[in-house]
Write a protein that binds this ligand. Structure first.
Ligand SMILES: [Zn+2]
Length: 167
């Protein structure tokens, strides 16, 4: 089987988000994209169309991006986790400084900063966005992603596509 490897962004052909690139929607409304792929897959098409292929590709790429920033705790290893302190009712504290690498000692520092409360440690993967039902909280996670992956504030379809296409 040849791995699907697209050369350009995919723009939605219909619906309320017609004309939007799915690569940009990864940052704007990730749960909606996951749900869209779920609906397509439930229909179990015999031949996958380009939207189906590109969504599968994109969502898997959202899981293996590497941070361009170092862990704020040790400044040695790439940032891999961010902490979320709070709950969906009162809101969360989420920041690129409240983050760590994979080392246990760095993760323990984060827990120490939380002042007796227990933060959730989430990996720097787009699927972590599914933990946050409230949009405002997801936007904070996206800000951590932008910082960790060194992305511009305004993402064009091409910038977003190139980010996911890079190895
Ligand atoms: Zn570290």
């Amino acid at each position: 089987m040849v791995e699907y490897s697209p050369s350009s962004p995919y723009f939605l052909q219909s619906g309320r988000r017609q004309g939007k690139a799915i690569e940009v929607l990864m940052f704007v409304n990730y749960p909606w994209l996951v749900n869209l792929l779920d609906i397509i897959q439930r229909n179990n098409p015999r031949v996958k169309n380009r939207l189906n292929l590109q969504l599968e590709w994109l969502i898997s790429r959202g899981e293996d991006r590497t941070s361009k920033r170092m862990c704020p705790q040790c400044q040695t290893n790439p940032l891999a986790f961010f902490a979320a302190l709070g709950n969906s009712r009162d809101g969360y504290s989420i920041s690129h400084l409240f983050a760590s690498c994979t080392q246990q000692s760095c993760q323990e520092k984060l827990i120490g900063y939380a002042g007796g409360k227990m933060p959730s440690l989430l990996s720097l993967q787009f699927s972590s966005l599914l933990q946050f039902p409230v949009r405002h909280d997801r936007d904070m996670v996206v800000r951590v992603f932008r910082s960790a992956f060194d992305l511009p504030k305004r993402l064009t379809p091409e910038t977003a596509f190139n980010f996911f296409a890079s190895l």
